[in-house]
Design a protein around this ligand. Structure first.
Ligand code: NAP
Length: 237
Protein backbone atom coordinates (compact mmCIF):
# COMPACT_ATOMS: atom_id res chain seq x y z
CA UNK A 1 0.00 0.00 0.00
CA UNK A 2 1.28 3.47 -0.89
CA UNK A 3 1.83 5.78 2.10
CA UNK A 4 0.90 9.45 1.68
CA UNK A 5 1.61 12.43 3.94
CA UNK A 6 -0.49 15.56 3.32
CA UNK A 7 0.31 18.71 5.29
CA UNK A 8 -2.55 21.01 6.29
CA UNK A 9 -5.18 18.35 5.62
CA UNK A 10 -7.72 19.40 8.28
CA UNK A 11 -9.56 21.82 5.98
CA UNK A 12 -10.05 22.92 2.36
CA UNK A 13 -7.87 21.56 -0.43
CA UNK A 14 -5.69 19.31 1.75
CA UNK A 15 -8.77 17.71 3.28
CA UNK A 16 -10.27 17.01 -0.16
CA UNK A 17 -7.00 15.42 -1.34
CA UNK A 18 -6.86 13.28 1.82
CA UNK A 19 -10.40 11.98 1.25
CA UNK A 20 -9.84 11.34 -2.45
CA UNK A 21 -6.60 9.37 -1.94
CA UNK A 22 -7.88 7.39 1.07
CA UNK A 23 -11.03 6.44 -0.86
CA UNK A 24 -8.76 5.34 -3.73
CA UNK A 25 -6.89 2.88 -1.48
CA UNK A 26 -3.89 4.89 -0.31
CA UNK A 27 -2.90 5.07 3.38
CA UNK A 28 -3.10 8.78 4.23
CA UNK A 29 -1.49 10.57 7.16
CA UNK A 30 -3.41 13.84 7.38
CA UNK A 31 -1.36 16.50 9.14
CA UNK A 32 -3.11 19.36 10.95
CA UNK A 33 -2.12 22.08 13.34
CA UNK A 34 -4.97 24.05 14.94
CA UNK A 35 -8.18 22.47 13.57
CA UNK A 36 -8.34 19.34 15.73
CA UNK A 37 -12.14 18.89 15.53
CA UNK A 38 -12.14 19.00 11.71
CA UNK A 39 -9.15 16.66 11.61
CA UNK A 40 -10.85 14.13 13.91
CA UNK A 41 -13.86 13.95 11.55
CA UNK A 42 -11.52 12.51 8.93
CA UNK A 43 -11.06 9.43 11.12
CA UNK A 44 -14.50 8.25 9.98
CA UNK A 45 -12.91 7.43 6.63
CA UNK A 46 -10.92 4.21 6.24
CA UNK A 47 -7.17 4.51 5.63
CA UNK A 48 -6.77 7.93 7.27
CA UNK A 49 -4.67 8.67 10.30
CA UNK A 50 -4.26 12.22 11.66
CA UNK A 51 -1.09 13.78 13.08
CA UNK A 52 -0.72 17.19 14.74
CA UNK A 53 2.40 19.15 13.85
CA UNK A 54 3.20 22.77 13.08
CA UNK A 55 5.03 22.55 9.76
CA UNK A 56 6.95 25.76 10.49
CA UNK A 57 8.82 23.92 13.27
CA UNK A 58 11.65 21.56 12.29
CA UNK A 59 11.45 19.46 15.47
CA UNK A 60 7.71 18.83 15.05
CA UNK A 61 8.10 17.91 11.37
CA UNK A 62 11.04 15.63 12.25
CA UNK A 63 8.98 13.80 14.91
CA UNK A 64 6.04 13.39 12.50
CA UNK A 65 8.23 11.94 9.76
CA UNK A 66 10.06 9.58 12.13
CA UNK A 67 6.70 8.40 13.51
CA UNK A 68 5.45 7.55 9.99
CA UNK A 69 8.70 5.83 9.04
CA UNK A 70 8.73 3.77 12.25
CA UNK A 71 5.11 2.67 11.65
CA UNK A 72 5.00 2.21 7.86
CA UNK A 73 8.68 1.99 6.86
CA UNK A 74 8.40 4.51 3.99
CA UNK A 75 6.62 7.57 2.61
CA UNK A 76 5.77 7.24 -1.10
CA UNK A 77 3.90 10.50 -1.61
CA UNK A 78 4.35 13.89 0.05
CA UNK A 79 1.82 16.65 -0.59
CA UNK A 80 3.03 19.99 0.77
CA UNK A 81 -0.29 21.79 1.04
CA UNK A 82 -0.30 23.74 4.35
CA UNK A 83 -0.49 27.45 3.74
CA UNK A 84 -1.83 30.84 4.80
CA UNK A 85 -2.65 34.01 2.92
CA UNK A 86 -3.00 37.68 3.80
CA UNK A 87 -4.14 40.78 1.92
CA UNK A 88 -1.96 43.81 2.68
CA UNK A 89 -0.50 46.78 0.91
CA UNK A 90 3.18 46.12 0.23
CA UNK A 91 4.07 49.20 2.31
CA UNK A 92 2.15 47.81 5.32
CA UNK A 93 3.79 44.37 5.38
CA UNK A 94 5.91 44.07 8.53
CA UNK A 95 8.95 41.84 9.02
CA UNK A 96 6.72 39.69 11.21
CA UNK A 97 4.09 39.32 8.43
CA UNK A 98 6.81 38.52 5.89
CA UNK A 99 8.51 35.91 8.08
CA UNK A 100 5.23 34.23 9.03
CA UNK A 101 4.21 33.97 5.37
CA UNK A 102 7.56 32.66 4.15
CA UNK A 103 7.91 30.23 7.07
CA UNK A 104 4.43 28.77 6.66
CA UNK A 105 4.27 28.61 2.88
CA UNK A 106 7.87 28.07 1.79
CA UNK A 107 10.15 27.04 4.69
CA UNK A 108 7.61 24.29 5.51
CA UNK A 109 8.04 22.86 2.01
CA UNK A 110 11.85 22.93 2.31
CA UNK A 111 11.83 21.44 5.80
CA UNK A 112 9.19 18.70 5.30
CA UNK A 113 10.65 17.67 1.96
CA UNK A 114 14.19 17.55 3.37
CA UNK A 115 13.09 15.33 6.27
CA UNK A 116 11.44 12.86 3.86
CA UNK A 117 13.57 12.86 0.72
CA UNK A 118 16.35 10.73 2.23
CA UNK A 119 13.82 7.91 2.73
CA UNK A 120 12.49 8.31 -0.83
CA UNK A 121 16.04 8.16 -2.20
CA UNK A 122 16.56 4.93 -0.25
CA UNK A 123 13.40 3.47 -1.82
CA UNK A 124 14.31 4.84 -5.28
CA UNK A 125 10.70 6.01 -5.50
CA UNK A 126 8.75 9.10 -4.60
CA UNK A 127 6.16 11.65 -5.65
CA UNK A 128 6.19 15.17 -4.21
CA UNK A 129 3.41 17.64 -4.96
CA UNK A 130 3.72 21.23 -3.76
CA UNK A 131 0.54 23.30 -3.64
CA UNK A 132 1.44 26.66 -5.13
CA UNK A 133 -0.95 29.31 -6.56
CA UNK A 134 -1.65 31.23 -9.74
CA UNK A 135 -0.21 34.22 -7.86
CA UNK A 136 3.17 32.47 -7.82
CA UNK A 137 3.04 32.57 -11.64
CA UNK A 138 1.54 35.97 -12.45
CA UNK A 139 1.79 37.88 -9.13
CA UNK A 140 -1.13 39.17 -7.06
CA UNK A 141 -1.64 42.80 -6.12
CA UNK A 142 -1.90 43.22 -2.31
CA UNK A 143 -0.39 39.75 -1.93
CA UNK A 144 3.32 40.30 -2.53
CA UNK A 145 4.52 38.13 0.37
CA UNK A 146 2.03 35.38 -0.56
CA UNK A 147 3.00 35.58 -4.25
CA UNK A 148 6.73 35.54 -3.36
CA UNK A 149 6.25 32.42 -1.22
CA UNK A 150 4.43 30.63 -4.05
CA UNK A 151 6.94 31.73 -6.72
CA UNK A 152 9.58 30.29 -4.37
CA UNK A 153 7.69 26.99 -4.35
CA UNK A 154 7.69 26.95 -8.16
CA UNK A 155 11.48 27.47 -8.29
CA UNK A 156 12.08 24.84 -5.63
CA UNK A 157 9.84 22.39 -7.51
CA UNK A 158 11.70 22.77 -10.82
CA UNK A 159 15.17 22.56 -9.22
CA UNK A 160 14.33 19.56 -7.07
CA UNK A 161 12.77 17.73 -10.02
CA UNK A 162 16.13 17.96 -11.80
CA UNK A 163 18.08 16.89 -8.72
CA UNK A 164 15.84 13.96 -7.76
CA UNK A 165 14.80 12.66 -11.19
CA UNK A 166 17.72 10.21 -11.31
CA UNK A 167 16.44 8.73 -8.01
CA UNK A 168 13.02 8.14 -9.60
CA UNK A 169 11.40 10.86 -7.50
CA UNK A 170 8.96 13.17 -9.30
CA UNK A 171 8.41 16.72 -8.04
CA UNK A 172 5.54 18.85 -9.34
CA UNK A 173 3.48 21.84 -8.24
CA UNK A 174 -0.23 22.48 -8.53
CA UNK A 175 -1.01 26.19 -8.81
CA UNK A 176 -4.79 26.53 -8.28
CA UNK A 177 -6.89 29.52 -9.25
CA UNK A 178 -9.65 30.62 -6.87
CA UNK A 179 -11.00 27.63 -4.94
CA UNK A 180 -13.95 27.75 -2.58
CA UNK A 181 -12.35 27.25 0.86
CA UNK A 182 -12.00 29.17 4.14
CA UNK A 183 -9.06 30.99 2.53
CA UNK A 184 -11.55 32.90 0.35
CA UNK A 185 -14.32 33.33 2.89
CA UNK A 186 -13.69 37.09 3.00
CA UNK A 187 -14.75 37.50 -0.64
CA UNK A 188 -18.23 39.00 -1.02
CA UNK A 189 -20.92 37.43 -3.23
CA UNK A 190 -20.35 40.25 -5.75
CA UNK A 191 -16.60 39.58 -5.83
CA UNK A 192 -17.22 35.87 -6.36
CA UNK A 193 -19.68 36.60 -9.19
CA UNK A 194 -17.13 38.93 -10.76
CA UNK A 195 -14.45 36.22 -10.58
CA UNK A 196 -16.81 33.73 -12.23
CA UNK A 197 -17.51 36.24 -14.98
CA UNK A 198 -13.76 36.70 -15.62
CA UNK A 199 -13.21 32.93 -15.86
CA UNK A 200 -13.72 31.28 -19.27
CA UNK A 201 -15.32 28.19 -17.70
CA UNK A 202 -17.69 30.51 -15.80
CA UNK A 203 -17.09 29.15 -12.30
CA UNK A 204 -14.64 29.17 -9.45
CA UNK A 205 -13.08 25.88 -8.38
CA UNK A 206 -13.92 23.42 -5.65
CA UNK A 207 -11.39 21.53 -3.48
CA UNK A 208 -12.45 18.36 -5.34
CA UNK A 209 -11.06 19.84 -8.60
CA UNK A 210 -7.61 20.07 -7.03
CA UNK A 211 -7.96 16.63 -5.42
CA UNK A 212 -8.58 15.10 -8.88
CA UNK A 213 -5.49 16.84 -10.26
CA UNK A 214 -3.39 15.62 -7.31
CA UNK A 215 -4.59 12.03 -7.77
CA UNK A 216 -3.70 12.18 -11.45
CA UNK A 217 -0.19 13.44 -10.62
CA UNK A 218 0.29 10.76 -7.96
CA UNK A 219 -0.61 8.04 -10.48
CA UNK A 220 1.34 9.45 -13.43
CA UNK A 221 4.94 8.36 -14.00
CA UNK A 222 6.38 10.72 -16.65
CA UNK A 223 5.52 14.20 -15.37
CA UNK A 224 8.11 16.05 -13.30
CA UNK A 225 9.23 19.63 -12.76
CA UNK A 226 5.89 21.02 -13.89
CA UNK A 227 3.66 23.73 -12.44
CA UNK A 228 0.12 22.71 -13.37
CA UNK A 229 -2.58 25.32 -12.93
CA UNK A 230 -6.22 24.19 -12.64
CA UNK A 231 -7.95 27.59 -12.78
CA UNK A 232 -10.90 27.40 -15.19
CA UNK A 233 -8.93 29.40 -17.76
CA UNK A 234 -8.84 32.46 -15.46
CA UNK A 235 -5.06 32.72 -15.90
CA UNK A 236 -3.60 31.45 -19.16
CA UNK A 237 0.17 31.89 -19.55
P1 NAP B 1 -7.57 26.63 4.19
O1 NAP B 1 -8.93 26.10 3.97
O2 NAP B 1 -7.37 27.91 4.95
O3 NAP B 1 -6.68 25.46 4.85
C1 NAP B 1 -5.36 25.69 5.18
C2 NAP B 1 -4.78 24.43 5.81
O4 NAP B 1 -3.39 24.69 6.10
C3 NAP B 1 -5.47 24.05 7.10
O5 NAP B 1 -5.71 22.66 7.10
C4 NAP B 1 -4.45 24.44 8.17
O6 NAP B 1 -4.45 23.57 9.28
C5 NAP B 1 -3.14 24.24 7.40
N1 NAP B 1 -2.03 24.97 8.04
C6 NAP B 1 -1.81 26.31 8.06
N2 NAP B 1 -0.70 26.58 8.78
C7 NAP B 1 -0.21 25.38 9.20
C8 NAP B 1 0.92 24.99 9.96
N3 NAP B 1 1.79 25.91 10.48
N4 NAP B 1 1.14 23.67 10.19
C9 NAP B 1 0.28 22.74 9.69
N5 NAP B 1 -0.81 23.04 8.96
C10 NAP B 1 -1.05 24.36 8.73
O7 NAP B 1 -6.83 26.90 2.80
P2 NAP B 1 -6.90 26.16 1.39
O8 NAP B 1 -7.61 27.07 0.46
O9 NAP B 1 -7.35 24.76 1.54
O10 NAP B 1 -5.35 26.22 1.01
C11 NAP B 1 -4.54 25.06 0.90
C12 NAP B 1 -3.34 25.39 0.02
O11 NAP B 1 -3.81 25.77 -1.27
C13 NAP B 1 -2.52 26.58 0.54
O12 NAP B 1 -1.15 26.33 0.33
C14 NAP B 1 -2.99 27.73 -0.34
O13 NAP B 1 -2.03 28.75 -0.46
C15 NAP B 1 -3.23 27.01 -1.65
N6 NAP B 1 -4.13 27.73 -2.57
C16 NAP B 1 -5.44 27.98 -2.23
C17 NAP B 1 -6.25 28.65 -3.14
C18 NAP B 1 -7.70 28.97 -2.85
O14 NAP B 1 -8.30 29.74 -3.63
N7 NAP B 1 -8.29 28.44 -1.82
C19 NAP B 1 -5.73 29.07 -4.38
C20 NAP B 1 -4.39 28.80 -4.68
C21 NAP B 1 -3.61 28.12 -3.77
P3 NAP B 1 -5.08 23.96 10.74
O15 NAP B 1 -6.36 24.69 10.48
O16 NAP B 1 -5.26 22.61 11.38
O17 NAP B 1 -4.04 24.80 11.45
Amino acid sequence: MKIVLITGASRGIGRAIAKKLAESGYMVIANYNKSEEEAKELLKINNIEIYKADVTKREEVHKMVEYIISKYGKIDVLINNAGIDEYKLFTDITDEDWNKMINTNLYSVFCTTQEIVKYMIHEKFGCIINISSVWGIVGGSLETHYSASKAGINGLTKSLAKELGPSNIRVNAIAPGVIETDMNKNLTQDELKDLEYQTPLGKIGEPEDIAKCAKWLVEDNFTTGQVISPNGGWIIT
